[in-house]
Structure formats: structure tokens, C-alpha cells
Design a protein around this ligand. Structure first.
Ligand SMILES: [Zn+2]
Length: 135
């Protein structure tokens, strides 16, 4: 039945059918080998960051070194960690960035990343914020 169907198509079409079949089997085989399912991996990384920050105060750069992800990703995870830690009754303690020229402290900053410039003196020597988890 199958052979008969293929014979009825031109060579070109049967080759395309073959490619489709091959593609499908590759996808099916590749799926279990995929290194991670993003949502679960994020959860694992966040747990790892939370445990790394338990009793320690670290900068995003130091967290990135401990956990093995980029500094940019650390900041992304920290936003989520903030919420999940609070939900569980703990706290993400942020030591705010500080201008080394005039001493201005970025206390009201909502974003967790390091500010680029001091709004008071325009200085660019700004310490990085530090993070810790309590509770
Ligand atoms: Zn300043």
C-alpha cells in the first residue's frame, strides 16, 4: 500500500516525503537529549542562587562565578528570587549601590543592577549592589 502511494508520486515528491520522515525522527530523538527544560532549569538555578546567598553577601559578579551563569542572567534571576523568597517568608537583602565620590546611596532604586551614574554629582565610581538571603 505504501510503496504503491510513493510510486504514484514523482521522484521529487518522494524525496520530500523521505526528508520529512527523517526530520521528524530527528526531532523525536533529540527531545530527550535536550540539556534542559527551561522552566525547570531556571528553578534549579534560582534555588542554587538562594542557597549560595544564605548567610553570604555577594555581588552579582560573585554569584555568577559561584553558579556558572552570566552576570546579566544573575540579575534576571534575582528579580524572581526576590519575589519567591518573600513569598516563603524570607528576605532578599540588597546592600544598595553607593557613589564613591559623594557618598550618595541608591536606596530607592527598584532595579537591582548597578547604576551607571550618580544623580547628585554625576560621578561614575559607583559600588555594585550586594545581595544576601535571610530567613
Ligand atoms: Zn555622587
Amino acid at each position: 500500500m505504501r510503496l504503491q502511494v510513493i510510486n504514484e508520486y514523482s521522484d521529487f515528491t518522494s524525496r520530500r516525503i523521505h526528508c520529512f520522515a527523517l526530520g521528524a525522527s530527528l526531532v523525536a530523538k533529540a527531545r530527550p537529549k535536550k540539556p534542559f527544560i527551561p522552566a525547570e532549569r531556571y528553578e534549579t538555578i534560582r534555588r542554587l542562587i538562594i542557597s549560595t546567598l544564605g548567610g553570604k553577601t555577594l555581588s552579582a559578579k560573585e554569584i555568577s562565578g559561584e553558579v556558572g551563569i552570566s552576570e546579566k542572567d544573575v540579575y534576571g534571576h534575582l528579580e524572581h528570587i526576590h519575589k519567591s523568597v518573600e513569598r516563603e517568608g524570607g528576605h532578599l537583602i540588597v546592600t544598595p549601590a553607593e557613589c564613591q565620590d559623594c557618598g550618595f546611596v541608591f536606596k530607592k532604586r527598584d532595579r537591582l543592577t548597578k547604576p551607571g551614574k550618580c544623580p547628585v554629582c554625576n560621578g561614575e565610581s559607583i559600588t555594585v549592589p550586594l545581595f544576601s538571603v535571610s530567613g
